[in-house]
Design a protein around this ligand. Structure first.
Ligand code: PMP
Length: 358
């Protein structure tokens, strides 16, 4: 029996809330468990947020004018094609609310971002989980001409595997009467963005975040890019829930981050180099490692269970993410940090494996 007050609505009685990655405070951990950036925001972002703090007595601009303009410029679309939100979780939730219902169910892979079924359940939306192939890839043909709303993380999480742009286009093209949401939280680490396709297809919504590649996970900033009609609908939901969804400091931090785009894209390159380095060292330790295009690796060892490795690393002050779901319980998801963090993770892993063999 779940704990709830006697007042809690029956409609939420069976709601399983999303479980965020743990943030334990008992000691200082190397955090490789929630796919944050290991790099601090650039100095101009910190300055912009500090300056804006002095104006916090005022509500934020509900139109988020400068931020939306900068996103539109960066991605080569019009302002009316952009919405900014409190993390990309919010634009995803808005999209579930806006476009899916009993007669418009939504489908997504069985192994993917754990929030999708939660969004669906929260809004009472029927959903179907499409199994990934044996090798954990998404088979795009499973989504062709489905006549249902679709959400796909590309690159996918926690696998890191990506579909090509032409596969995404085939999904979007063959479902013209349904909304296809492509969640590009991790696209800056080697994926191909579907944003250019939003000009060609009025049923495509691409979502993005400042949490991973732009070092602003704690500021909560996400965005969506789509046809003007889709964005208008999302804004109807936004204005019906929280018009001031992005606070002042975050908006100015986001603007400064876009002005410093080169700094962040350089950081992404570093993460990609550290990813390649970590992958080859893990392979040398016997791990199988999926071909990630994201800021994490998904890996399993033949010598230790996913849970045991996770727990042993945790006791040594290193956090990685373990999922209990049957199909992936042998794996762990390891966020890519700095080279020093990855070296600490690799040598701890090597020691754990050695101790196990003794
Ligand atoms: N999509 C995916 C696939 C994610 O892994 C995450 C991060 N947990 C998000 C969206 C949401 O991130 P945020 O709300 O921080 O933008």
């Amino acid at each position: 029996m779940k704990k709830m007050s006697k007042f809690f609505s029956e409609k939420f009685a069976s709601l399983e809330a999303y479980t965020p990655g743990e943030q334990p405070k008992d000691m200082k951990y190397i955090k490789l468990n929630t796919n944050e950036s290991p790099f601090a925001p650039s100095p101009s972002v910190i300055k912009a947020a500090e300056e804006e703090a002095g104006r916090l007595q005022l509500y934020s601009d509900p139109e988020l004018t400068p931020l939306v303009a900068k996103l539109a410029e960066l991605y080569g679309v019009d302002k009316e094609n952009v919405i900014a939100t409190n993390g990309s979780d919010e634009v995803l939730n808005f999209a579930f609310m806006a476009f899916s219902d009993d007669s418009h169910p939504i489908i997504f892979p069985d192994i993917t971002y754990g929030f999708y079924p939660v969004f669906a359940n929260l809004s009472g939306i029927p959903y179907e989980e499409i199994p990934l192939k044996e090798d954990f890839t998404v088979d795009y043909r499973d989504y062709v001409g489905k006549g249902k709303n679709i959400v796909i993380a590309n690159p996918n999480a926690p696998t890191g595997l990506a579909l090509t742009l032409s596969e995404i286009e085939e999904i979007v093209r063959t479902n013209p009467d349904n909304v296809v949401i492509i969640d590009e939280a991790y696209v800056d680490f080697g994926g191909e963005s579907a944003i250019p396709l939003t000009k060609k297809y009025d049923n495509l919504l691409v979502t993005g975040t400042f949490s991973k590649s732009r070092s602003l996970a704690g500021a909560r900033l996400g965005f969506g890019i789509a046809s003007k009609e889709i964005i208008r609908d999302l804004n109807t939901i936004r204005y019906s829930t929280n018009p001031y969804n992005v606070n002042r400091m975050t908006m100015m931090a986001g603007c400064a981050a876009l002005d410093d785009n080169d700094y962040y894209m350089q950081n992404c390159k570093t993460v990609m180099e550290n990813r390649a380095y970590t992958k080859s060292r893990l392979q040398a330790l016997g791990f199988s490692v999926l071909d990630s295009k994201a800021n994490f690796l998904f890996a399993k060892s033949p010598d230790i269970s996913g849970e045991e490795l996770y727990l042993s690393l945790k006791s040594r002050g290193i956090l990685i993410r373990h999922f209990k779901k049957e199909r992936i319980k042998d794996y762990n998801r390891i966020t890519i940090g700095t080279r020093a963090e990855m070296d600490a993770f690799l040598s701890a892993t090597e020691n754990i494996l050695k101790e196990k063999k003794q």
